[in-house]
Design a protein around this ligand. Sequence first.
Ligand code: M7G
Length: 188
Amino acid sequence: SRHPLHSRWVFWFLKGDRTMDWEDCLRKVTSFDSIEGFWSVANHFIQPSGLSWGSDFYVFREGIKPMWEDEQNVKGGRWLVMVDKHKRQQLLDHYWMEMLLALVGEQFGQDGEEICGAVVNIRQKGDKVALWTRDAMKDAVNYRIGQVLYKALNQKDNVMRYEVHKDSSVRTGSMVKPRIVLSTASQN
Ligand code: M7G
């Protein structure tokens, strides 16, 4: 039988190409609205570690474009998990899969409605996975979402940061000042 999800999710791919506008590099690939559909997508596409540098995967709720400018993202932010360069072999594909399973498996309860989508960025300087939420000012909601993600990705001893998209989009230096920080210490 078919196990429907609460939302339909769209899977996007971005192949980094500095000679093109960023948005023109973004392609809708497919969508799914059941657990079975999710697995056929997950089994069909190469894992993040197989992508070339500069590529991204996005899984976003239908109707939300995976970009800061979308009205559902414009006031939002992201929980960011930076993948240790020396551990990408063990961690990258695992993080991405755990993040997607948490997302489509409704592991965030009511707060799940605040989540717009998931992102993985393949970067030579260090890969990133992130969960985008709708409202960067809803600290309590974002904190709870962060805690679920922290556990799902077994972030013990790592620091997870919540960054406001408005700050990322006007970034000049390399780091954005996070709005929330989660670490093992803040879990206790
Ligand atoms: P990134 O891919 O988020 O991270 O941003 P990176 O710095 O590790 O590569 C790289 C660049 O892509 C940004 O400086 C923007 O030029 C462009 N870019 C990324 N995002 C997520 C967006 C977006 O949502 N909208 C627009 N217009 N450009 C974006």
